[in-house]
Ligand binder design. Structure first.
Ligand code: GLY
Length: 567
């Protein structure tokens, strides 16, 4: 059962009070720092999840233990994106400097095929890859948590899951932002669910959200590990749900799901080593391309959000997203020319296309030909433990509340990650991203992602843990967050809360958050030929910076209920 009972709690007010101001370096006296701590820090999208993570660290758990616990707690407290019905990526840097990445991205089910979202005339059927049962990819989150814990965890598995069982059973107070978001989706929840009473009527901030079915599912995961989700009663409930709504995921798809350890994608920006996620995320490759292409521009001298800085970054982003559309896909199905895309000479040739005096039209830009080629809603958390291990995790259901479909009786939401495939070459997906053959649908294939969980080193030492939700805007949000600190000298708190902008080649639009750039800058950007459009908030970055004196600074994004804690 999934019931709500009204208990108005002060937590809503408290969280409103601690919201940091938006940062504009032009505001005299606006400087501030995030949450400082000496030994360990957790920054996530929900205060309860950050609390659970910190508690695990206090019990002697390491950053991987805390990551598993936070992920499960987000599945309870942050239904818009926190999940067990989705997937994600983990980037890990151990205290001895070794790095690892874990890919627990969803896969296309065995019955999927490249034209599954097209009508008889070959046109994309609107929203079929976004809403309801057919939009769902085979989830990877639970398997990913099990794999990460088996290899690096210190505490017992059950100890990591138990806090989330309790949170689901006892409930937690819905925040104001959450209530608004859930209520905006009530009609969708009614439409895309077959047989349950989850979120079928409006909620109010302060209501206690109790999720008994989800608590039972989490208890099975606690007791049986991966088998508690991919086999047995939960798997059967999952498949029954699919069958009621014309979904195609079967028991074998669930049983066969497997996460993969992959070598970290490593790049360099000046004195900083960038450790990020390789394909099937485009995030690491694109982030390293962006930073490499920007390296020789005097961004520091040009300054924060000045026309020259924004113009250079926009032109670079245009080039990088054009490459993404053609060259990036699941490396187990498509030869992704990672080395070619990051090759210095290749990037020099790409950079030569940039004109600092005028915006390039996107329709005049295509993907390059690197060597080796022929051809929003997600959530992020960052953790540093008392030993110096760091974990950067981004996971997703794709759009807000994923497919909007719950598994009846099991209480969890299913992703709509199939939309991250290219349903048809040249036809934009939910995020306006275009793809081709590299990202065509095939059974067992992982859909291309933009998630960019990243760890930055300086002089061989841990420097920053960073990542963001936001679909296609994830990559540029992470790039801006890093540059805000290393080039513009912002604190972690300021950097994650600074206004952001984004360009992704197509549409040929420079998206900016409301109130971004002063009048003069906007005017100059327009004169350079940029089509500037204000949009809703971009990204939601949760990051940790190791300051010069060794203190940790947790930066939690004001755009959500995100919370930094530490000790
Ligand atoms: N679902 C968003 C992404 O993976 O990029």
């Amino acid at each position: 059962m999934f019931r709500t009972s009204i208990i108005v709690l002060l937590i809503v007010l408290i969280s409103a009070c601690r919201t940091p101001p938006r940062f504009d370096p032009g505001d005299v006296g606006a400087r501030y720092t995030g949450v400082l701590s000496e030994k360990a820090a957790v920054v996530s999208a929900h205060p309860e999840a950050s609390r659970v993570g910190l508690e695990i660290l206090r019990q002697g758990g390491n950053a991987v233990d805390a990551a598993v616990a936070v992920q499960m707690a987000l599945a309870v407290t942050y239904p818009v994106a926190g999940n067990i019905g989705g997937g994600g990526f983990m980037v890990l840097r151990l205290k001895n400097g070794t790095t690892h990445t874990l890919d627990f991205r969803e896969t296309a089910p065995a019955e999927a095929h490249r034209d599954m979202y097209l009508d008889k005339e070959g046109k994309v059927i609107p929203r079929l890859s976004l809403d309801g049962h057919l939009a769902v990819g085979v989830p990877g989150t639970v398997d990913g948590c099990v794999m990460a814990h088996r290899r690096f965890g210190k505490l017992k598995w059950a100890q990591l899951i138990e806090p989330s069982v309790q949170l689901a059973r006892q409930g937690f107070a819905i925040t104001e932002k959450q209530a608004k978001r859930i209520n905006e989706n009530i009609e969708n929840f009614k439409k895309f669910n077959t047989d349950n009473d989850y979120f079928q009527s409006a909620v109010i901030a302060g209501e206690q959200l109790v999720q008994e079915d989800l608590a039972n599912t989490l208890a099975l995961i606690r007791d049986k590990g991966r088998a508690g989700f991919y086999e047995g009663s939960v798997a059967e409930q999952f498949v029954s749900e699919m069958q009621r709504g014309n979904g195609i995921i079967g028991l074998e798809d669930l049983k066969n799901y497997s996460s993969k350890w992959r070598e970290a994608l490593v790049g360099q920006y000046k004195d900083y080593k960038i450790i990020s996620m390789p394909p099937p995320s485009s995030g690491g490759v694109a982030l390293c391309q962006i930073l490499n292409l920007l390296e020789d521009y005097p961004i520091k001298d040009w300054g924060f959000h000045t026309p020259a800085t924004v113009h250079a970054m926009t032109e670079v982003e245009r080039l990088v997203y054009a490459d993404r559309a053609t060259h990036l896909g699941d490396p187990d199905f498509w030869e992704v020319p990672v080395a070619g895309l990051l090759d210095v000479d290749y990037l020099k040739r790409r950079k030569a296309l940039i004109n600092m005096d005028a915006a390039t039209r996107s329709d005049l830009i295509n993907a390059g030909q690197p060597k080796g080629t022929e051809g929003e809603q997600t959530t992020h958390f960052s953790i540093v433990d008392q030993e110096g291990n760091a974990v950067s995790v981004t996971t997703t259901l794709n759009a807000a509340y994923g497919s909007k479909t719950f598994v009846s009786g099991a209480g969890f939401l299913l992703n709509n990650e199939m939309d991250d495939f290219s349903a048809k070459p040249g036809v934009p997906n939910y995020y306006g991203l275009i793809g081709g053959e590299a990202n065509a649908i095939a059974p067992g294939k992982r859909m291309l992602s933009s998630m960019t969980p990243t760890i930055v080193e300086k002089d061989g030492e841990l420097f920053m843990v960073v990542g963001s939700p936001g679909g296609s805007t994830i990559i540029t949000s992470v790039a801006q967050t890093i540059l805000n600190v290393v080039e513009h000298g912002l604190s972690m708190g300021e950097s994650v809360n600074a206004n952001r902008f984004h360009h992704q080649w197509r549409p040929d639009t420079l998206f900016i958050e409301e109130g971004t750039f002063d009048r003069k800058t906007r005017k100059r950007l327009k004169k350079l030929g940029h089509y500037v459009v204000e949009r809703d908030p971009i990204g939601r970055v949760d990051a940790i910076l190791v300051r010069e004196n060794g203190e940790l600074e947790g930066g939690a994004d004001y755009r959500g209920d995100d919370t930094a804690l530490g000790f």
